[in-house]
Design a protein around this ligand. Structure first.
Ligand SMILES: [Zn+2]
Length: 481
């Protein structure tokens, strides 16, 4: 919550289940004496923290954590919770099984992502039955038309479900989903709900098949289904639904990241006739913006600052923001590393694209087609004239220097406080030198750079014995040209 008073009013609770550091009055490390994970939970409990030792329910005698002496006990404890979870006042999606002995934890070690001594046990997905009232068709930024089931609202695993994607025509046909059907909806954890099946035995004859549109529901141009694809598309690039979806994507965090230019603002500006193409996002009249209800001079200024900032973005972001089908963040980076100016791509033939490792024929064709289109080229020229950066930046060049960098092929991790640079700067420097940034200490880690007050990561790396341990100065020297 942005407002801390609002958060305070929610009565939030935290259950603490792990201790990173604990010292006694003399400053001695308390955790060193522990042999088992649950000892630290008992210590937290004795210090009056809320811990998982709390009983879920006095009459049930079901604690939220328990140390089991064999796997049968583990299974039966998980099952008890699976049965009890509906009565528990918190939404649960499963349990975590951990090795209790700290010595065994150490021996289990870590993968590059997670400890090997802890594993999630997920409860069975929750299901509910409800009626499919209707199917609506939405047009996405690349023109893909997606059917969305409109359901009688039904509570399921902590949320009310009423809109569920049906993916494509094949999904509807293969499951024989009809309007009016009772359908089984499933949702596991925080996963997007989906329709498992229609309950055909409950049909009364009033159900009707889903009428798949032949024309775009927004601009009415005929839909096309490319042979190798599952979805129908509206191929009218000027289709209002697509134009809006592309603008919304263009300003989103993953693309140009223009704060304050979200879906509702774009829709509003569009309705006012201020936006026709993405270039218009860079020529807003902020005096007019300031006069809008709910804006005012301050919000208008903030928006202008966010737009000006986005103009400086590296071209990898710009490429990603253009909604070229299959051109994601990664492809944006790959292409950005190869060009001095975005419009260099106008001169590229299909073969040139495929000289880049990881650029396949479909992506190559899509990008090629985009830059052969005069309208797209003039759109980019227009944006450049409005100040949007089209030239390769140092961030774009990164992928280029990689293979020749002094740390090429090495994985690196930083721990503790660095004195000469921020963690982010250090990671950038390492990446420029060709290193990949690791997510944790494991046997795959090559280099650990240790700043001040390094803790458990240093210990773990020392225990592994295979990790090179560098000081910050050493890191700076080894990455200087
Ligand atoms: Zn359309």
């Amino acid at each position: 919550m942005k407002d801390p008073r609002e958060a305070a009013g929610r009565g939030l609770e935290a259950f603490v289940y792990q201790l990173g550091y604990a010292a006694d009055e003399q400053g001695n490390n308390v955790l060193d004496k522990f042999r088992a994970h649950d000892e630290s939970i008992h210590l937290l409990e004795s210090l009056s923290f809320k811990t998982p030792l709390v009983r879920a329910n006095a009459s049930q005698h079901l604690p939220a954590t328990r140390s089991c002496s064999n796997i049968e006990e583990v299974i039966s404890f998980c099952q008890s919770w699976q049965e009890y979870r509906d009565e528990y006042p918190y939404e649960l999606d499963g349990m975590v099984v951990k090795v209790n002995s700290l010595e065994l934890q150490e021996r289990c070690g870590y993968t590059s992502h997670h400890p090997r001594w802890a594993m999630a046990f997920k409860f069975k997905a929750r299901q509910a039955t409800t009626r499919l009232r209707d199917v609506e068709f939405q047009v996405g930024k690349t023109g893909a038309v997606t059917p969305v089931a409109k359901l009688d609202p039904v509570p399921l695993a902590g949320v009310t479900v009423q809109n569920v994607s049906l993916h494509n025509e094949e999904f509807i046909l293969s499951k024989d989903i009809r309007i009016g059907d009772q359908v089984l909806v499933e949702r596991a954890g925080d996963v997007i709900p989906y329709i498992v099946k229609s309950l055909t035995e409950l049909r009364d004859g009033s159900e009707r098949p889903v009428d798949y549109p032949k024309n775009c529901p927004v601009c009415h141009s005929p839909l096309v289904k490319p042979e190798d694809e599952a979805v129908w598309r509206c191929e009218n690039a000027a289709c209002e639904a697509q134009v809006l979806a592309r603008m919304i994507f263009h300003t989103s965090k993953a693309a140009m990241d223009i704060e304050g230019m979200g879906e509702s603002t774009i829709e509003r500006f569009y309705k006012l006739g201020w936006l026709h193409t993405i270039a218009d996002l860079y020529r807003l009249d902020y005096e007019k913006v300031a006069q809008l209800d709910g804006f005012g001079p301050k919000s208008a200024t903030n928006l202008r600052i966010a737009v000006e900032k986005a103009k400086e973005n590296p071209v990898q972001r710009l490429l990603h923001s253009l909604s070229i089908h299959h051109l994601g963040q990664k492809a944006g980076k790959l292409l950005a590393a190869e060009i001095e100016h975005v419009l260099d791509l106008k001169e590229w033939d299909l073969e040139r694209y495929q000289q880049i490792k990881d650029v396949g024929p479909v992506l190559a064709r899509n990008v090629y087609n985009f830059f052969q289109n005069e309208q797209n080229v003039s759109l980019l020229l227009e944006m450049e004239a409005l100040g949007v950066n089209m030239k390769q930046t140092s961030e774009d060049r990164k992928a280029d220097v990689n293979t020749e960098g002094s740390l090429y092929g090495k994985s690196i991790l930083f721990t503790g406080t660095l004195s000469q640079m921020t963690r982010e700067e250090a990671e950038k420097r390492a990446a420029t030198a060709g290193a990949s940034i690791a997510s944790g200490v494991s046997k795959h880690l090559n280099i650990l750079v240790v700043g001040e007050k390094a803790g458990s990561k240093l210990k773990k790396a020392q225990a592994l014995g295979s990790v090179e341990i560098w000081s910050e100065m050493e890191f700076i020297e080894r990455t200087s040209n």
